[in-house]
Design a protein around this ligand. Structure first.
Ligand code: ZN
Length: 69
């Protein structure tokens, strides 16, 4: 009886962890709201001053990327 409960709890916990990891992966792959590039070490993001979402920290490269689209 208690084994069943433990198994259920473990399953539930595993599901929670999987969900957390999925959310983390989603957060890591943010895209710039202006040029659409994915966030990476080369293109660090910051919150856009206008509050429209994550955007490239480097505005020059962001603008250059937008111009080539
Ligand atoms: Zn950008």
């Amino acid at each position: 009886m208690s084994n069943e409960v433990d198994a259920k709890t473990a399953r539930e916990r595993a599901k929670e962890i999987a969900e957390q990891r999925r959310a983390e992966r989603r957060n890591r792959k943010r895209k710039c709201v202006l040029c659409g590039v994915e966030e990476s070490d080369k293109t660090p993001f910051h919150a856009h001053p206008d509050g429209i979402g994550p955007a490239c920290k480097d505005e020059m490269t962001c603008q250059a990327r937008r111009a080539t689209r």
